[in-house]
Design a binder for this molecule. Sequence first.
Ligand SMILES: Cc1ncc(COP(=O)(O)O)c(C=O)c1O
Length: 472
Amino acid sequence: MSSGDRLPTPALALFPAGDIRTRADDWLTRELADACERVVRGPVMPTIDRTKLRRELAGFDFETPRPLEQLLAWTLRQMEHGVVHMNHPRYFGLFNPAANFPSQCADRIAGAFNPQLASSGSSPAAVEIEAHVIRAIARRAGLAAESAGHFTSNGSEANYTSLICALTRAEPRFGSDGVRAFAGPVAMYTSRECQPAWFKIVHQAGVGRAALRLIGTDGKGRMDANALAQAVARDRSQGIVPVLISTTAGTTGAGMIDPLAQCAQIARDNGVWYHVDAAWGGAALVSERLRGLLSGIELADSVTIDAHKWFATTMGCGMFITRYPHVLSEAFHVTADFMPSNVTQLDPYLNSVQWSRRFLGLRLFLSLGAAGWEGYAAHVERATEVVARVKERLLARGWTVVNDSPLAVLCTVPPAGYPGIRDIVRKVLESGRAWVAAATYEGRDVLRICATHGEATLADVEELVAALEATA
Ligand SMILES: Cc1ncc(COP(=O)(O)O)c(C=O)c1O
């Protein structure tokens, strides 16, 4: 009990004294660096015994406090041996990068200050920094000067936001009455090579999974624009209301780019919101050599780009950018007199799905600030070089490359004498020598290899190819 003029001591385990924090921070910095060095020399795959882990976890009943140093050491062991290592240079994996260093610094800063990014009143500097980065990316994409947006937890949230904007613009009464306000059932269109989070998005937005039209592709993984136009026309003739067309610039499976400008025209002809999901491929905008591949993105009503993919920031750090910021304000406005500010088109809580939010944009601000467009271009172009080297070596050994992506993803199938794709993947992962994925491209099982590590070397490429060959 405390007396009237004294408060209880703060919980010291949660808020230790400054010198203890500094010691723990220093220890952590050193241990993390050592662990990351060991990771690079070890297997890509986790090696932990899950039964043992569950037993150990059962011991954490949270009745008896443990020393923080012990907890930190235990956690580092689990991370070192208990996850697939995205920071291993032979993770040729999904769009999960080895995180760049400036973004890791950003996480430390955000963790220490813990600014609340909901409102410009709480965090004027942080909100301005984020808005600045979003505008810079919008300009780089060639979007109109008035374009704006915000950082999201990930690409799925950004894509979800595009559907909410599309519905909000299509029907003024959507905000009050939901999809009941539309004259008929609504539909949205993307290709069958889309990222599958769209299924969840139509579900959670309340338009229903039946509203998702998966348009066929052209045999090369790109949306067939004629099939898109026909599907929209067919739906309209049946009283269905098309609200959103979403193309993909860098498909998840094969890195293919839909015909962006052609689909933009179809959207415009039909008065439909046009979104470009460039979650991964959007990073090509930084490169003078590659940015032309995304030509047509400037016609988008909205764009998704994930910094935690090819921009290689820590996860998750998505971006939603739109040429119509007022639609965001219309969709996400609220009145909250307890909030420290109420600035339409600036305060993130008035323009986005989230309320409380972390200072995500600092990751890209520091990364772009440190590397500049040119430094980032070197990173992105290097990834395409890594994949080109893998391609050369596999072609020389009789493998076939089935996708024609100018970006850093390769879909390949082996010559005779190899097991099925899924067995090849299983054997490579079991070897721990590299990480590759099985995927489906144009209805066919393929091996998917993506350059995600900014420091992969030719020796890593050779080791990957050797690991693949060893599966024959
Ligand atoms: C093209 C594309 N869009 C959206 C997403 C979803 O992004 P996130 O995993 O950040 O939600 C992905 C994920 O790989 C993707 O490849």
